[in-house]
Design a protein around this ligand. Structure first.
Ligand SMILES: *Cc1c(COP(=O)(O)O)cnc(C)c1O
Length: 369
């Protein structure tokens, strides 16, 4: 079976937009794209449209993620990959995406803006919100409307990874029916192998990677979809003609040079050490009834009710603690829109100093109760 049979027919049928830069390489006297003849900022080259998929960056990302260059689509972060996949595979009012909340919020937003239905398989707080593999397989088996399965490994915010055995079962179950999306935004922080190695064998697998988290470059807005060329070609039909600004391309190439690999390793080691320190400072706090360490650069914790509980914290016991910290300049993440995470807070692993500042605030909070 061909991946096109899973895509929206109108996307397969449409004549893709052909930009000036795709029709002719940026060489010679360029009078084809209505650009200005010179840049107002010397040397920046900003007067020219950028390469839609700069080969050097594509090759670098392919090497980094262990794929072939024709299996890479560079995107404005993983958020864009999520959006493109949803637009290509989900017909409004007919198709559905499968998600396992609590998870990354953008899957829902992408589905809703595309008019796709959301099949939701909630994770249970009883086991730290770990993914329920058998339930996932059963849902996929029984619901033919599901076109996209969003998996996150490690998951945000529970931090659990998706084992390769389950992924293989899902890919088999979904064959000819749905695309399985593995969002590996936090993969560098955990020990699991990337599922990019499975792309050659599975045309219905798409892997999302990003420079936003472990490459310390959220401001760059650079990520990639990894998949077989057929799937990449479908996504290229709906992506903006020039998704990557030229300064971003230049900075991403700089970011991924060999000398940065060692710096990135040091950063990952530092985050791992600081995470241990964060977990130590959270341990034994009586107002936290549960701490889920997970395998990424954040932890999830459940805040118990207590004498400090005002009207706010009666609705959500985490709200008072979040407000207390925010008033003192430390911003933690609450989840007011996610009923499953009532009472939970997510804490990103920061620097040693930031963890010490948080620790002081938690001491103060503990004494007030
Ligand atoms: C942060 C995050 C992203 C967003 O990545 P960008 O590349 O910055 O768009 C994607 N998926 C998950 C699970 C995330 O937590």
């Amino acid at each position: 079976m061909n991946i096109e049979a899973l895509a929206r027919p109108e996307i397969v049928a449409m004549q893709p937009y052909s930009s000036a830069r795709t029709e002719a390489p940026a060489r010679g006297i360029l009078l084809n794209a209505n650009e200005a003849p010179r840049s107002l900022l010397a040397g920046a080259g900003l007067n020219r449209y950028p390469d839609p998929q700069p080969q050097a960056l594509v090759e670098r990302l392919a090497a980094l993620y262990g794929t072939r260059p024709d299996q890479v689509l560079v995107t404005r972060g993983s958020d864009e990959g999520i959006d493109l996949l949803t637009r290509v595979f989900c017909r409004a009012g007919r198709d559905a995406v499968l998600i396992c909340p609590p998870t990354f919020g953008m899957y829902r937003i992408a589905a809703q803006s595309q008019g796709a239905a959301i099949v939701s398989l909630p994770r249970s707080p009883a086991n730290g919100f770990r993914l329920d593999g058998p339930a996932l397989l059963a849902a996929l088996r029984t619901d033919p409307g599901i076109k996209l399965v969003f998996l996150t490994s490690p998951n945000n915010p529970s931090g659990d990874g998706v084992g390769q055995e389950l992924l293989l079962e899902l890919l088999e179950q979904a064959r000819g029916r749905a695309v399985v999306v593995m969002d590996e935004a936090y993969a560098e922080f955990c020990g699991l192998p990337s599922s990019a190695a499975l792309i050659d064998e599975h045309e219905n697998l798409a892997v999302l990677r990003t420079l936003s988290k472990a490459w310390a470059a959220a401001g760059l807005r650079c990520g990639a979809v990894l998949a077989q060329p057929g799937l990449i070609a479908l996504l290229r039909r709906v992506i903006a003609p020039y998704p990557l600004p030229s300064p971003v391309i230049a900075l991403a190439l700089r970011m991924l040079q060999d000398d940065m690999l060692e710096r990135q390793r040091q950063l990952l080691a530092e985050v791992a050490r600081n995470k241990t320190a964060l977990l130590e400072t959270l341990a034994g706090r009586t107002f936290l009834c549960e701490v889920i360490p997970g395998e990424a650069n954040f932890v999830l914790a459940r805040v118990g009710g207590g004498v400090n509980s005002g009207a706010d914290s009666a609705a959500d016991p985490a709200a008072a603690l979040l407000a207390f910290c925010a008033e003192r300049g430390v911003i933690l993440r609450g989840f007011p829109a996610e009923p499953l995470l009532r009472g939970y807070i997510r804490i990103t692993v920061g620097t040693r100093e930031e963890i010490a500042a948080l620790s002081t605030l938690l001491d103060e909070w503990g004494q007030r109760r």
